[in-house]
Design a protein around this ligand. Structure first.
Ligand code: 3PG
Length: 306
C-alpha cells in the first residue's frame, strides 16, 4: 500500500524516519510531500495513495475524490476540523486522529506564553508572577488537564469547565469545577481555551464573555482562531485597557490588534503548539501504527466518522 505523508508544516526528521520505518516494516511504501505550495499539489499527490497522514493539512472533498485508492486518512494530532468527514464517509474512507499524542507540547506552550506575557514579553518593564493567580481551563480534555497540572505545580489555583464532563470528573482531574462559562471567565486571571472548532464553538468567544474577565486578566488561545469572534475581542481590548490576549493561532485581524494594543497582544508567527520533536514523534508514529494496524487487522480504534 502507498502511504502519503502530506505535511505543509513538516514533522521533525526523527518523526519522518520513524514513520518510514513503521510503514516499511509492515510492507508498505512511504511517499512524502512536505512544504507544498498549493493545495493542488496535495490533491495531485493524493491521486494514488491508499493512506494519508496529515497535520493541519486540508483533507477536502477534492482530495478525497482525487484519491481513488484511498482507504484511510489519519490526522496526526488532535483537532480534526481540517478533515471533511462527510466526504470521507461518502467514499468509504476511514478518518482517524491521534488524541493525546501532542498534548504535552501544546500545554507547555500555553504555560510558556502566559509567563512571557506576565513578564511583559521579556521587555524590561515590571511584570507580574503567575504564582497565586487563578487559571480557568475552558475544556478539560488531554491538553486542558495537562495545562491544569502544570499551572498547579507553578502555584496557580485551577478551575475548569467542560460540557462533556461532570463536576466529579473535573475534580478528579485536579481542578475546581466552574458553575458556568461566565463564572469561569469572571473569576480567573487567565483563561486558557482548549475547545475544538465546531459549528457550535466557532465565534463563540467574543465581547460579552471576554469583558467578564477581572482586571488585568489574560486570555490564552492555543486551540483554534475560529473560536474567537475577532471583532468582539477587538472591542473588548479597546474598552478594557487592562486585558491581554496571547495566542498560538493568529487572528485574521492580528495587524490591527497589534497596532492598536501593542504589547497587550501576542501571537506566535506560525502555529507551533505541537511543534516539538517529541510531539512530532508521538503523533507521527501513532498515525503510522494506526494505518498499519488498519491494513493488517481492520482495527478502527480512533475512527472519527463512525
Ligand atoms: C492539533 O490539533 O493536534 C494541534 O492543533 C496541532 O496541529 P499541527 O499538527 O498542525 O501543529
Amino acid at each position: 500500500m502507498k502511504v502519503l505523508l502530506a505535511t505543509q508544516k513538516p514533522f521533525a526528521a526523527a518523526a519522518v524516519k520513524g514513520i518510514k520505518e513503521i510503514v516499511e516494516a509492515a510492507g508498505h511504501e512511504l511517499v512524502t510531500l512536505e512544504k507544498y505550495a498549493e493545495q493542488a499539489d496535495f490533491v495531485a499527490a493524493a491521486a494514488d495513495a491508499d493512506a494519508i497522514i496529515v497535520r493541519s493539512d486540508k483533507v477536502t472533498a477534492e482530495v478525497v475524490e482525487a484519491a481513488k485508492n484511498l482507504k484511510i486518512v489519519v490526522r496526526a494530532g488532535a483537532g480534526f476540523d481540517n478533515l471533511d468527514l462527510a466526504a470521507c464517509t461518502a467514499h468509504n474512507v476511514v478518518a482517524m486522529n491521534t488524541p493525546g499524542q501532542n498534548s504535552n507540547a501544546v500545554a507547555e506552550l500555553a504555560i510558556a506564553m502566559m509567563i512571557f506575557m506576565a513578564r511583559t514579553q521579556f521587555t524590561p518593564a515590571t511584570g507580574t508572577e503567575i504564582q497565586g493567580k487563578t487559571i480557568g481551563i475552558q475544556a478539560f480534555g488531554n491538553v486542558g488537564r495537562l495545562v491544569g497540572k502544570k499551572a498547579e505545580a507553578l502555584g496557580m489555583k485551577v478551575k475548569a469547565i467542560d460540557p462533556f464532563l461532570t463536576a466529579e470528573q473535573i475534580i478528579a482531574g485536579g481542578a475546581e469545577p466552574a458553575a458556568s462559562l461566565e463564572e469561569l471567565y469572571s473569576s480567573c486571571d487567565y483563561v486558557s481555551i482548549h475547545i475544538p472548532a465546531t459549528p457550535q464553538t466557532i465565534k463563540s468567544i467574543g465581547y460579552d464573555i471576554v469583558t467578564k474577565m477581572p482586571k488585568g486578566a489574560t486570555l490564552v488561545n492555543t486551540a483554534r482562531k475560529e473560536v474567537i469572534d475577532e471583532e468582539g475581542l477587538a472591542k473588548a481590548l479597546e474598552e478594557r485597557t487592562d486585558l491581554k490576549y496571547i495566542t498560538d493561532v493568529a487572528p485574521d485581524n492580528l495587524a490591527e490588534l497589534q497596532e492598536k494594543f501593542g504589547l497587550r497582544v501576542f501571537a506566535t508567527p506560525k502555529k507551533m503548539g505541537a511543534q516539538t520533536s517529541e510531539a512530532n514523534v508521538n503523533a507521527g508514529l501513532a498515525a503510522a501504527r494506526q494505518i498499519c494496524d488498519f491494513f493488517a487487522t481492520g482495527c478502527t480504534k480512533f475512527q472519527l466518522n463512525k
